[in-house]
Design a protein around this ligand. Structure first.
Ligand code: 6MZ
Length: 369
């Protein structure tokens, strides 16, 4: 028993030490519980909400798919003002960096909120301010930051010196949005491409909205050459799954409820998949960890990368997702390392950054495997 515990501890520590690439993390789903509680307390004191009512909700009760989207309504009440957006961005980046995520694509939905004087643009400015105010770790936000890019990679994962993390942003289109609002988001992504914004995501409650509503915006992004990732098959919406596969975005999130024909098509298209184990099991997209479609895709050598989705909401971390793959599917350290390294090929950032990441993995690999 003791030996088992020791083995688990050693493996968990190894998964933390492993350099990791995170490609599917929603900003508001990755907020620390302690921050949410503090914000709820403040709003409670002001009389805007009843703290006691939301406390238990934040401290994890239900996490079904409908429950998640009710929670996001609450999270957005707590976080949607400029200063708070800046704060949560800073904290989320620090949290990922502290567990040796070396490249992070954060996705977030730019929000208009008249009552707070917030536009999609000002929301994103607050996010970028958050990235710039990180002090605990070194954030590399621009490709042109060549001085920082040449920082010896040995600083990554070091205990005493500052850790370094490359951060890029994806703008999410929420399925509740209109065609025009979705187009605004794509145009904003284009405007902000020199500020770390490198892609578009389609997300939101999968039982809300129609594919045809977002299609013009996604087509527009495609024409502009902006990489796109789409949440696909969180529920069994056959027509939409088919349409998404036909659209052939650069990456797909989740891919839970595909039928045989759709699996075949996905595999022939070789679209990289962002795998979110804990999220899928909690929301019912996968029946259990053991029966998660990770195993089938992995065995088929389909391109994939492990991701957290909403580390705050689901009480997980990217290190934990790697640990779960080891403990559930029996992957060795060398195989886990390869999985982490392969994710570099699916980042939306450009070739120069990819080269830096490849070098990093090559060097660290000698120490870790
Ligand atoms: C679909 C999800 C999601 O954008 O406000 N989001 N969309 N499926 C999921 N799986 C559980 N998890 C998060 O972050 C929160 C938003 O991300 C999307 C939802 O639109 C949610 O409101 P931001 O930073």
């Amino acid at each position: 028993m003791e030996a088992e515990k020791e083995k688990e501890k050693e493996m968990r520590e190894w998964c933390v030490a492993l350099p990791k690439v995170e490609l599917h993390a929603h900003l508001n789903g990755s907020v620390r519980d302690s921050t949410l509680l503090e914000l709820a307390k403040q709003l409670g004191d002001k009389g805007d909400i009843v703290f006691e009512d939301v406390k238990d909700v934040i401290m994890k009760n239900g996490r079904s798919l409908p429950e998640c989207f009710r929670l996001f309504e609450l999270y957005h009440i707590l976080t949607t003002d400029h200063d708070t957006v800046t704060r949560i961005t800073k904290e989320v980046v620090e949290d990922f960096a502290m567990e040796n995520v070396v490249y992070l694509e954060i996705r977030t939905t730019p929000k208009n909120n008249e009552a707070k004087g917030m536009t999609k643009r000002s929301y994103m400015n607050a996010v970028i301010k958050g990235l710039k105010t990180v002090e605990a770790v070194e954030v590399v936000l621009f490709d042109s930051n060549s001085r920082a890019d040449k920082t010896p990679m040995s600083e990554l994962g070091g205990d005493t010196r500052k850790k370094k993390i490359y951060v890029r942003l994806l703008l999410s289109i929420d399925r509740r949005e209109t065609t025009l609002a979705a187009l605004d988001t794509v145009n904003l992504a284009m405007e902000m491409k020199d500020q770390g914004v490198i892609g578009i995501d389609l997300s939101g409650n999968p039982v809300v909205g129609e594919w045809e509503t977002y299609l013009p915006a996604l087509e527009h992004a495609k024409e502009l050459g902006i990489p796109i990732t789409i949440h696909c098959g969180e529920v069994a919406n056959r027509n939409e799954i088919r349409a998404v596969l036909d659209f052939c975005p650069q990456r797909l999130g989740h891919v839970c409820c595909l039928n045989d024909e759709e699996w075949k098509k996905l595999k022939s298209l070789m679209i990289p998949v962002e795998i979110c184990l804990t999220s899928n099991v909690m929301t019912g997209g996968a029946p259990s960890l053991e029966l998660h479609h990770f195993a089938d895709l992995y065995n088929a050598k389909h391109p994939l990368s492990l991701c957290t989705d909403d580390s705050g909401l689901f009480s997980t971390s990217l290190s934990n997702e790697y640990y779960l793959v080891a403990s559930t599917f029996g992957l060795s350290k060398a195989e886990l390392f390869q999985l982490a390294q392969d994710a570099v090929e699916f980042v939306f950032a450009g070739d120069e950054l990819k080269r830096s990441l490849r070098e990093l993995f090559e060097r660290v690999g000698k120490e870790l495997t």
